[in-house]
Design a protein around this ligand. Sequence first.
Ligand code: ZN
Ligand code: ZN
Length: 226
Amino acid sequence: MKADLHTHTWYSPDGMTPPSLLIRVAKRKGLRVVAITDHNRLTIVRSEDVILVPGEEVMTTRGEIIGLGITEEIPPGLDPFETADLIEEQGGVVVIPHPFDWFRRRTALFLNGVDMNRFHVVEVLNARYVDYTPLVRAYTYAKEKALPMVGSSDAHTPWEVGVAYTLLPDDIDDVYDVLIALRKGLCKPFGHLSPPLVHIFSPLMRIFHKWGLFKPHSAPSSVKNR
Ligand SMILES: [Zn+2]
Ligand SMILES: [Zn+2]
């Protein structure tokens, strides 16, 4: 089954998709599993249509880390290993997004000298790569270290959802099964890159959010205010 394990809603400062729309698009595109991984924020929504994996893309002192299957928000600005520990303490899976992307040098963990050896999964395909160079490097690295690989859209707009995705075993019923499959490496990256045009949206969305033009008015039920 198809999973998109890295997506953003309008609760990210550069995202434009309401969670309900994200889920609708995912369903239409045949995705059975979706992880919402907003920046430094745990966005929890519920859906009958897809298996929603709670997640967060956390900024550490040396780049970004994704925690999947977490229940409590993880603060940004910690050391990458400390961040990974917090994810693991919650039973989550640690995914390293776009580790070799020169375009996002500040957030690409490996380029900042962090060895990904002790993390669980490498996102080798990120649909927001501007070319395939980081994919080849990440693939080679993950292969060499025998680390599980995933592919994700990193969608900040509805059009990007599912452009790249991960194939998981068909007998997955819930979040727990997804996490087990990832840990076991029963996952495979597929898909392609989004058109470079998508990069225009992130700075635009940041401005819109700042002007209050595009602000979601009510926060979704998160674990904190459950
Ligand atoms: Zn990122
Ligand atoms: Zn992202």
